[in-house]
Write a protein that binds this ligand. Structure first.
Ligand code: ZN
Length: 189
């Protein structure tokens, strides 16, 4: 897209962590903080992924990171800011619907990562896609960052259905192309 890609930093934590977006407690789950451009992964959440959500495996973990990096890309290309601005002018239902589209696009971006990582390094093994899809379909979403208030809040109602998450992740994997990920223009999700 002609822009410069700045790599995000990955922060692994257990229990609690301080970010530019505020203080995260245990069980916050993974999140991305646009203010410091870091991806925060709660290792306790990975444990939960394995035990409670039945989505074990390295590829499921990779998918979670890729989804958060998807939010980073949305931040770099201005999607996050646009969504944030638009949500301020909307009622709650409209705002949630827009948030769902942002989340599904992050899933699609995660798929793009998987597509190209496999092309470059043959990383995907038998069962990996199913593993990630299991994670995509069984976990609640990460926590969205409230830029206006500067702290992390749970968004259990804004992540899209399991079926939608799987569909957009697959679109990214199959196409490997950002143009396939325009969830904002899609009539059906
Ligand atoms: Zn997300």
């Amino acid at each position: 897209m002609g822009g410069v890609y700045r790599e995000p930093k990955l922060v692994l934590f257990s229990n609690q962590v301080r970010s530019a977006c505020g203080f995260a407690q245990a069980a916050t789950g993974p999140f991305y903080c646009p203010a410091d451009q870091k991806v925060y992964i709660d290792l306790f959440f990975y444990q939960e992924l394995k035990t409670r959500f039945q989505a074990p495996g390295d590829f499921a973990q990779a998918y979670v990171i890729a989804h958060e990096v998807g939010h980073h890309v949305q931040n770099l290309i201005g999607v996050s800011e646009k969504v944030h601005q638009a949500r301020n002018r909307m009622n709650e239902a409209q705002s949630n619907a827009l948030s769902v589209r942002q989340e599904l696009q992050a899933d699609c971006f995660a798929g793009i990562w998987a597509h190209h990582a496999h092309k470059a390094r043959q990383i995907i093994e038998q069962g990996d896609i199913e593993e990630a899809l299991q994670a995509a379909s069984s976990i609640g979403d990460d926590h969205l960052q409230m830029q206006s208030k500067g702290y992390v809040v749970p968004d259990g109602f804004t992540h899209g259905s399991s079926e939608q998450r799987v569909r957009w992740f697959k679109r990214g994997i199959e196409s490997g192309n950002i143009n396939a990920c325009d969830t904002f223009k899609a009539r059906a999700l």
